[in-house]
Design a protein around this ligand. Structure first.
Ligand code: G3D
Ligand code: MG
Length: 182
């Protein structure tokens, strides 16, 4: 019987309201996922098991801020024990890109730098001329982040609507984390 390398990883979805955190999570989970709403801290918690490269069996614990809950006092419990983050902005709203440093500063104050992926979501809207952030801007910022935290930060554009690169983003994050462990 094949022996997989098993990891259980708590990951957090960060980013401004309406960037697509919940949509990306739901797209990745597909059908038949378990979903627990942790009312006390206003987060949504889901689990998915996922095999990468026929080698790593990842149990993702995906933490998402529920609704428009953005109380700073809840953040430490949201971040506690996280192994990595998906830092998401919406390519059609520049302010969500400009706000990324605020999210990261807050996380780093509590947990320190964690492996991360920078995500420009709603890539499907680029074709319609609605993008306000160019791919190069995402890449440049990811490169700056890699230098400040000392580990690679991939920039990935996704669409929760079409599914474009959604699995890839979750996979890449797990691989970043696993590489840090080994
Ligand atoms: P949040 O969890 O970050 O707050 P949501 O964001 O997942 O609730 O998404 C906010 C809105 O953006 C939703 O629209 C959702 O359908 C839309 N959205 C999310 N991802 C994408 C995407 O990749 N492409 C497009 N075109 N839309 C997306 P509504 O209208 O339901 O508020
Ligand atoms: Mg949401």
């Amino acid at each position: 019987m094949k022996k997989y390398k098993e990891y259980t990883l708590k990951i957090c979805l960060l980013g401004d309201p309406a960037v697509g955190k919940t949509s990306l999570k739901n797209r990745f989970l597909g059908k038949g996922f378990s979903n627990t709403y942790v009312t006390t801290i206003g987060v949504d918690f889901s689990i998915k098991r996922y095999l990468i490269h026929d080698t790593y069996y990842i149990t993702y614990q995906i933490w998402d801020i529920a609704g428009q809950h953005h109380f700073e006092s809840l953040r430490p419990s949201f971040y506690a024990g996280a192994k990595g983050i998906l830092m998401i902005f919406d390519i059609t709203r520049k302010e969500t890109y400009q706000n990324v440093p605020n999210w990261l500063q807050q996380l780093w104050n509590i947990e320190g730098p964690l492996p991360m992926i920078l995500i420009g979501n709603k890539a499907d809207l680029r074709e319609q001329g609605l993008a306000q952030v160019a791919p190069e801007q995402g890449e440049l910022y990811a490169e700056m982040l890699s230098q400040s935290i000392g580990t690679p930060v991939p920039y990935i554009e996704t669409s929760a609507l079409t599914g474009y690169q959604v699995n890839k983003a979750f996979e890449q994050l797990a691989l970043q984390i696993v590489q840090k462990f080994s």
